[in-house]
Design a protein around this ligand. Structure first.
Ligand SMILES: [Zn+2]
Length: 173
């Protein structure tokens, strides 16, 4: 089931999410719905608070080439256990901040530990777009958006555009 994606500004996008304490059928359903919502958008990552679920769950698939097999990933309680000193800059966007992009500097490589839907703990090192994406999505679980890395003027400009977009969407609903 495709779930509606919250648009910034929304208080739920500013909150710290609670850890998943058990892999229940509800969590499995949420992960499945979030993958469907992400692919439909289309996007490469989605965090649970973006669909109003205040839990530490994210999904991502950074395989953009349609000729390659997709790699849907589901992470429960993801934690960055190591990040590189070298950084990379990526023109980031967000499904909760549609059509707005800005350059964000982050560690180029990160190691992440997470719990899978199978209840097993996995650790993996990510680089390139995967590293950017997983850090962006983990930020969501801590109530942080990519625009929080920008200067106040740029952030306010984007927030005003989103407020206007939300008014238009509400009018047309
Ligand atoms: Zn985002």
């Amino acid at each position: 089931m495709i779930r509606p994606i919250l648009i910034h500004p929304d208080p739920r996008l500013k909150k710290t999410c609670a850890p998943v304490d058990a892999v229940t059928t509800d969590i499995g359903q949420l992960a499945e719905d979030m993958l469907a919502t992400m692919y439909d958008a289309p996007g490469i990552g989605l965090a649970a608070p973006q669909v109003g679920a205040m839990t530490r769950l994210l999904v991502m698939d950074c395989v953009k080439d349609p000729a390659k097999s997709p790699r849907p990933m589901v992470m429960l309680n993801p934690v960055v256990t190591w990040s590189s000193e070298d950084t990379s800059i990526y023109d980031e966007g967000c499904l909760s901040i549609p059509d707005q992009y800005a350059e964000v500097t982050r560690p180029a490589k990160v190691r992440v530990e997470w719990l899978g839907l199978d209840g097993k703990t996995t650790e993996e090192e990510f680089e390139g777009l995967w590293a950017t994406c997983v850090q962006h999505e983990i930020d969501h679980l801590n109530g942080k958006l990519f625009i929080d890395y920008l200067g106040p003027l740029k952030r306010q400009m984007i927030t005003r555009k989103m407020e206007k977009l939300k008014r238009e969407l509400a009018r047309n609903a």
